[in-house]
Design a protein around this ligand. Structure first.
Ligand code: AMP
Length: 308
C-alpha cells in the first residue's frame, strides 16, 4: 500500500456564509486533505502543529479514519492556527477576516520516521519554509510531490514559496492565485509561466467552474458538478487536492491519463465538502455515495458527435 504524507494547517475556522455562521470549528488544509484522501484507503500521516487549546477529540476523529497524527505536534502553552472568512452572496468569492498564525509562526516540522520514505508527498497550504523543511527531511525523492498554496503566502513569503515551487511536480492553485503568481490574466499563459518555475503539471481550480490540468501543451478540463445547494465552500480546494493525490496514491500511476481521473476524483469529493459546514459532510461520506456521484460526473461530460 502506498504511503501518503500530508503537510498543512490543522486549524480552528470561523466561517460566515449567507446561510449562517459558525464559532471556532475544526478546519485547516491538512484536515480537509486527509479526510478526502482517506476515502482511498492509503496509509496517510499528517505533519502539522496545534496548540494546547485544540480538542484531543478532533485528532481522535482523524485517527478513526485511519489518518496517522503522530506528526501533529502539540504546543501545550500555544494557540492553534485560526482562520476566519466571510463568503459573498455568490459563494465563489470570500474575504479573509482573520489569519492568526499562532503556533504556526515558529513551527519546525518533524517528519515521523515511518513516513520518511513516503511514496507521495502532499505539501498542503502553510508557510513555504515549513513545506521546504519537510522536503528536506525526505532522503529519497517521493514518486510525486504535489503543492497547494494561496495568495497569503504569495503576499508574505514569495521568495521562500518560489524555492519550494522549483522542487515539486504538481502545483494546485485557484485561478486568481495563478494570475497573481504568473502576472498573466490568461490561464493558459499563466500555466506556461508556472511550468517554467518548476512544476511539470499545473492544476488550476476554478471553484464552481471546475478545474484545468496542464502538462506542457496538453490540457484537460474537469467540470464541477452543478449542485442545487452549496452551503459552505470552505475546504473545497483542499478536498480537491486530497482527492487528487489520494487517487494517484491508490492507483500508483502518475501518467497524464491517470491524472485526468485524479482531477475528476478531486472534483467529485469537493462536491460533497461544500454541502455542509466545515468538515461535517466529509466525515460521514460513504463509498456508495462517492461512486454514485462519479457516475453523474461521467454522464455530465459524455457526448457523442459525428464529425465530417
Ligand atoms: P480552501 O477553502 O480549500 O482554500 O481552504 C480553507 C482552509 O484553509 C481553512 O480550513 C483554513 O483553516 C485554511 N487556511 C486559510 N488560510 C490559510 C493560510 N494562510 N495557510 C494555511 N491554511 C490556511
Amino acid at each position: 500500500m502506498s504511503k501518503l504524507l500530508i503537510v498543512g494547517t490543522v486549524a480552528f475556522d470561523a466561517i460566515e456564509t449567507p446561510f449562517g455562521q459558525t464559532d471556532k470549528i475544526l478546519g485547516g488544509a491538512a484536515t480537509y486533505i486527509s479526510l478526502s484522501a482517506a476515502q482511498f484507503g492509503v496509509s496517510s500521516g499528517i505533519v502539522s502543529v496545534v496548540g494546547g487549546d485544540f480538542p484531543k477529540e478532533y485528532l481522535a476523529k482523524l485517527n478513526t479514519k485511519n489518518i496517522n497524527t503522530d506528526g501533529v505536534e502539540i504546543i501545550e502553552d500555544g494557540k492553534t492556527f485560526f482562520w476566519s472568512g466571510k463568503y459573498h452572496n455568490d459563494l465563489n468569492t470570500r474575504d479573509t477576516l482573520i489569519t492568526d498564525l499562532n503556533v504556526l509562526a515558529d513551527f519546525n516540522p518533524v517528519v515521523p520516521k515511518e513516513y520518511a520514505n513516503t511514496d507521495f508527498l502532499m505539501l498542503g497550504n502553510l508557510h513555504p519554509a515549513v513545506q521546504m523543511g519537510v522536503i528536506n527531511q525526505i532522503p529519497n525523492r517521493p514518486k510525486l510531490v504535489v503543492l497547494d498554496t494561496m495568495n497569503f503566502w504569495m503576499d508574505n513569503a514569495l521568495d521562500e514559496l518560489m524555492e519550494v515551487i522549483a522542487k515539486i511536480d504538481v502545483i494546485t492553485i485557484n485561478d486568481e492565485e495563478a494570475r497573481q503568481l504568473s502576472g498573466e490574466y490568461s490561464l493558459v499563459r499563466a500555466a506556461q509561466k508556472i511550468h517554467k518555475m518548476g512544476p511539470k503539471y499545473v492544476v488550476i481550480k476554478k471553484g464552481e467552474h471546475g478545474a484545468l490540468l496542464f502538462n506542457n501543451g496538453d490540457v484537460f478540463f474537469a467540470p464541477a458538478l452543478p449542485l442545487e445547494e452549496v452551503f459552505d465552500p470552505t475546504g473545497a480546494g483542499d478536498t480537491f487536492a486530497g482527492g487528487f493525490i489520494g487517487y494517484l496514491a491508490k492507483t500508483q500511476d502518475i501518467s497524464f491519463e491517470n491524472m485526468k481521473r485524479a482531477v475528476i476524483s478531486g472534483s467529485n469529493l469537493a462536491s460533497f465538502c461544500v454541502e455542509k459546514f466545515g468538515t461535517e459532510r466529509m466525515e460521514d461520506l460513504t463509498t456508495k455515495e462517492i461512486e454514485e456521484r462519479l457516475l453523474q460526473f461521467k454522464q455530465l461530460t459524455q457526448f457523442e458527435i459525428e464529425l465530417g
